[in-house]
Ligand binder design. Structure first.
Ligand code: ADP
Ligand code: SF4
Length: 648
């Protein structure tokens, strides 16, 4: 994290903040990723970060947090605490544990822990110390909320009482650190829950009015995290503005906010219109840690814009190192020594052919070109972009095109990378070119037989004429010729990421009655980790899509399908004029396999399979795979060694 944040500071951000940092083991939200400053033992680790940030002239900020009812304390085994005794949320949202209703002594303890954490943070070198009430998942926010706080003491009841604890934290922090550090408050001014929650034109406004004069910096957002970090599919750049634009009228202190700002024009506009003084950015700084530097240097077109997919977010609840679709170096700064802007120069003058210009091939060609290699990038299609060109036509995914646009732009500036669209290659074409190093990035197709992880077998009857794959529907979208016959559609989703839900949305939006059948407990199950599942399901329901969970598809017949329950094996029958199978994908490796003898005979020096052709997965994985192949090209790589450093 220190190395990653050092790269951000180098990239020109004025302040680089931590994630939420737990002040005490009673606020332990493991396995989710949070910082800890539980005791003096943690100070040295934080100092690594502040030094890395200061080395580039930026300020370092720390978000001190107590998570209250969100902390299940799985790691510390201490009793969770909250405004009242109620079920703990935790990483699952449904932990079999309740909090203790905080006593007077608990309040005094938390205040003291926060104060001590602030002093440790100062000693670790932080310049800005946050009192954090930005999501429903923090104790101060839970105390502000009428939904969680029904106390009758000085911390409950009137708004002034519910605000008391946050006020005390700000005052304690100021008192502890004096003028050594700035004190910031991060506050959610709207929970997007209407009258049940805090609203920007109701209590949010009043709370801010009560506190605005106390901190040095007001950082405002909307709650909860799924609203704050909404994906581009559901919220546009600057989507928080309607909720936070009042804040500057209530305070003379600088105001910072977020909203997935990636465009310099949108940022300047937010400042000029008086919405914000400072632009906050988590995801834009993940996708492009050097975004501010590029603006300053007049290179805005080189900004690697966040696509708003939340693959970065998905690592958090799993306790994993961060990753990013657009920036394959994110999280790899220390352990692999990767930098988002720099790459080792080539070791040889070898020419490389990259076959397939989807995200994997584009990234491999770009990074090889950056290293100084001569590269030929070929694709069978008239446009480069592979799966992204097609998938970005699906409802709400237009921003995903940025994966292609940024790489296309960067490749355009590389003298030695030639791009040849409309060039389908077979093994003979590759060998005739005389190139001796080949990267195959030929992608994958959706399987026709519906074989997926849940049953491991083809769906009987998959070869009926009325059965479609996602590729068929994407063909229709691209060509503009919608060929799905009118009537009932059964969509079977054994893929569980976005494709099934997106196609159901698309098909229902075109007037078909859709039944989505899935072996998972929820539609688009994996999108829980990208904070999208509830929104996807709500959208599908609003379009009249019938969702049948925990069910596998057994047989497709003319006019109907038969299903079996995952739990009870109960049989079902559903009318189906068409069936769409969204299951495993088939790697496109025919050309690669046909080239293997040439590698064995010494006609090729290297032949590397990357991206979905290697193993179908997320676009993030394809980009990473292409990037890794480019970094490793021509290098000595020990196949037996772990190729990255591990902590500890
Ligand atoms: P990935 O996600 O791994 O980058 P994609 O499916 O997005 O994979 O892209 C693969 C690209 O490879 C597609 O644009 C496809 O047109 C191209 N392709 C596949 N086979 C060939 C081939 N034999 N010759 C040229 N291009 C190919
Ligand atoms: Fe943006 Fe997606 Fe990268 Fe997160 S993973 S920073 S949402 S591009």
């Amino acid at each position: 994290l220190a190395a990653m944040r050092g790269v951000k500071a180098e990239g020109g951000w004025g302040v680089v903040c931590t994630e939420e940092v737990e002040i005490h083991p009673t606020s332990d939200i493991a396995p989710c990723i949070e910082g800890r400053i539980w005791d003096d033992h943690d100070v040295a680790g934080h100092r690594l970060m502040t030094e890395a940030v200061h080395a580039h002239g930026a300020l370092a900020g720390i978000e001190l947090t107590h998570a209250g009812i969100d902390a299940a304390n799985h790691y510390s085994h201490l009793t969770p605490m909250g405004p009242r005794s109620e079920g703990v949320l935790g990483d699952s949202g449904f932990e079999p544990q309740q909090t203790r209703a905080m006593t007077r002594r608990d309040f005094a303890d938390v205040r003291r822990w926060h104060r001590k954490a602030a002093l440790r943070a100062r000693d670790a070198g932080y310049d800005i110390i946050y009192c954090y009430a930005a999501h429903g998942l923090t104790l101060p926010m839970q105390l502000l909320s009428r939904r969680h706080n029904d106390r009758t003491d000085q911390y409950g009841g009137s708004l002034a009482n519910r605000v008391r604890f946050l006020r005390e934290l700000i005052e304690d922090t100021r008192d502890a650190v004096g003028d050594d550090c700035a004190v910031a408050v991060r506050l959610a001014v709207d929970e997007l829950l209407g009258d049940e929650g805090i609203t920007h034109d109701g209590e949010g406004r009043e709370i801010l009015g009560m506190l605005a004069a106390l901190p040095d910096l007001c950082d405002v957002n909307v709650s909860d995290w799924s609203n704050d970090s909404a994906t581009s599919r559901f919220a546009a750049e600057g989507h928080q503005e309607p909720y936070i634009s009042f804040v500057k009228s209530l305070t003379t202190k600088p105001v910072v906010g977020v909203g997935r700002y990636t465009s310099p024009d949108a940022m300047v506009s937010a400042v000029r219109r008086g919405v914000l003084d400072l632009i906050g950015a988590a995801r834009p700084s993940i996708a492009d840690p050097h975004l501010p530097r590029k603006i300053r240097e007049g290179r805005a077109a080189s900004i690697r814009e966040c696509i708003g997919c939340n693959i970065c977010v998905a690592t958090d609840p799993k306790g994993l190192p961060i990753r990013c679709t657009q920036n394959p170096t994110m999280g790899e700064e220390w352990r692999r020594g990767w930098h988002p802007e720099r790459i080792a120069v080539r070791r040889s003058s070898a020419r490389v052919m990259v076959v397939g210009a989807g995200p994997a091939g584009l990234e491999a060609a770009r990074a090889l070109g950056q290293r100084g290699h001569e590269v030929q990038l070929l694709d069978a299609q008239p446009e480069v972009g592979g799966r992204v060109n097609r998938e970005s036509l699906l409802p709400g995914l237009a921003a995903w095109r940025r994966v292609v646009d940024w790489r296309r732009w960067e490749i355009g500036a590389l003298r030695d990378v030639e791009v040849f669209p409309a060039s389908p290659m077979d093994a003979a074409d590759v060998l005739e070119s005389g190139v001796r190093n080949v990267i195959m990035a030929t992608g994958a197709t959706w399987r026709r037989d519906g074989r997926g992880r849940s049953t491991g077998t083809a769906v009987a009857g998959f070869d009926h004429d009325h059965v479609r794959t996602p590729d068929d529907l994407l063909d229709d979208l691209e060509s503009g010729q919608w060929r799905l016959p009118e009537g009932e559609v059964v969509l079977y989703d054994d893929d569980h990421y976005v494709m099934g839900g997106l196609l159901a949305e698309l098909i229902a939006g075109r007037g078909h009655a859709v039944t989505l059948i899935t072996p998972a407990p929820l539609a688009s199950y994996w999108t829980q980790f990208t904070l999208e599942q509830a929104r996807i399901e709500a959208r599908l329901r609003s379009l009249g899509v019938r969702i049948v969970p925990r069910t596998t598809l057994q047989r497709i017949s003319s006019g109907h399908v038969r299903t079996a329950g995952v739990i009870s094996a109960e049989q079902g029958e559903w009318a189906a004029d068409s069936v769409v199978l969204v299951a495993d994908r088939q790697p496109r490796i025919e050309v690669h396999d046909a080239l293997l003898p040439a590698l064995e005979n010494g006609l090729l020096d290297s032949l590397t399979l990357v991206g979905d052709a290697d193993a179908p997965g997320l676009i993030a994985q394809a980009v990473f795979s292409g990037h890794r192949a480019a970094r490793q090209f021509g290098e000595q790589v020990d196949p037996d060694a772990v190729e990255f450093l591990r902590e500890g």
